[in-house]
Design a protein around this ligand. Structure first.
Ligand code: COD
Ligand code: ZN
Length: 376
């Protein structure tokens, strides 16, 4: 049945308010307006950032459909869309690339002006394309993927290889791209170096994969949940440390373990204290620390400025520094060419309506990535 130009009724996981469970509802998805596309979602991963919207750590407007790590097929396109057509396999982008704003025009910036980091929850015309029970339901991070159909801006879509398997390729919508890019693009990890990765979730493990491919000779995983160590080692960590096993600060522990030679550290938990620990853990003069975890909204950090004055470099990155419309298709091609393996990252695959179970696995620290799949 041709659904182009028509409202589609489908299932979505709606969050009606903070700290509420996901409610599987029938929603209406309006056709895409100018420079928008409507996408049928095939698979979507569960990320900590989605959970952060349910708790208020990440800003969102309620009721909302969250989810930002997915693969789908373009169902229909709005007026003026030239870069995509129905049937294309795509990844919706939480970091768009409009290609014309001053940031997109800079070769070394991926902070597109269209990025919705403050959680406005609407598309370019100031309205939402979702309704449920007669009420508007808001978008999240330009993507909203916990639904059978979503509508996104055309500049927030990367077209990928039609043969890419959705249950793995969805990880390019967040975890892999963010973590791998933090190592390769932001830190530019050098061969033979020592790295420490704080936080061994889907994003942290992707940092490890990046460090390994860059040729790091020692990669230390740091996590307060030792159940994460086996997977970290499977993707390339040479050893793992639990800060809770030590009375000394973790920076001292790492210094002793390495003879003060940790060159790169990565904060991949989103905790403020860990950001300082990671900074203090890299070499005081030639070390670099990269903040990958998004901090709680409106938080403020106090730190000893000597940590930076001594010579350390403190950097951040969004979406691994990639220019997503250009770079994601190439990353997916590298995956298809077996440059890296994402098998270890996907620990659970569940049908979409088991979303609550997927979030419980994340909260209990039992999963790396749970991928939700949709009935075709
Ligand atoms: N010390 C060590 N480890 C810790 C600590 C701590 N104090 N607290 C938590 N951890 C561990 C947890 O045990 C867990 O294993 C890990 O940290 C976090 O893993 P997950 O699975 O909860 O989270 P992920 O991998 O999904 O990571 C998400 C981030 C927390 C990194 C989140 O901030 C994020 O998604 N950042 C990406 C931001 C980004 O660039 N997004 C795209 C554009 S907006
Ligand atoms: Zn994410």
């Amino acid at each position: 049945m041709n659904t182009s130009g028509k409202v589609i009724k489908c299932k979505a996981a709606v969050l009606w308010g903070l700290e509420q469970p996901f409610s599987i509802e029938e929603i209406e998805v309006a056709p895409p307006k100018a420079h928008e596309v409507r996408i049928k979602i095939l698979a979507t991963g569960i990320c900590r950032t989605d959970n952060n919207a349910t708790t208020g750590v990440m800003p969102a407007k309620f009721p909302v459909i969250v989810g930002h790590e997915a693969v789908g097929i373009v169902e229909s396109i709005g007026e003026g869309v030239t870069s995509l057509k129905p049937g294309d396999k795509v990844i919706p982008l939480c970091v768009p690339q409009c290609g014309i704003c001053s940031n997109c025009l800079k070769p070394d910036s991926n902070y597109c002006d269209m990025l919705d980091i403050v959680g406005k929850g609407v598309l370019s015309d100031g309205t939402s394309r979702f309704t449920c029970k007669g009420k508007p339901v808001y978008h999240y991070m330009n993507t909203s993927t916990f639904t059978e159909y979503t509508v996104v801006r055309d500049v927030a879509v990367a077209k990928i290889d039609a043969a890419a398997p959705p249950e793995k390729a969805c990880l390019f919508g967040c975890a892999f791209t963010t973590g791998y890019g933090a190592a390769i693009n932001t830190a530019k990890v050098t061969p033979g170096s020592t790295c420490a990765v704080f936080g061994l979730g889907g994003v942290g493990l992707s940092v490890i994969i990046g460090c390994k491919i860059a040729g790091a000779s020692r990669i230390i995983g740091v996590d307060i949940n030792p159940r994460k160590f086996e997977k970290a080692k499977a993707v390339g960590a040479t050893e793992c440390v639990n800060p809770k096993d030590h009375t000394k600060p973790i920076s001292e522990v790492l210094k002793e373990m390495t003879g003060d030679s940790v060159r790169y550290t990565f904060e991949v938990t989103g905790n403020l204290d860990t950001m300082i620990d990671a900074l203090a853990s890299c070499h005081k003069n030639c070390g670099m620390s990269v903040v990958v975890g998004d901090p709680p909204a409106s938080s403020v950090l106090t730190f000893d400025p000597m940590l930076v004055f001594d010579g350390r470099t403190w950097k951040g990155c969004i979406f691994g520094g990639w220019k997503p419309v250009n770079d994601l298709p190439k990353l997916v091609s590298d995956f298809m060419a077996k440059k890296f393996n994402l098998d270890e990252l996907v620990t659970h695959v569940l049908p979409f309506d088991k979303i609550e179970e997927g979030f419980n696995l994340l909260k209990k620290g039992e999963s790396i990535r749970t991928v939700l799949t949709f009935q075709q």
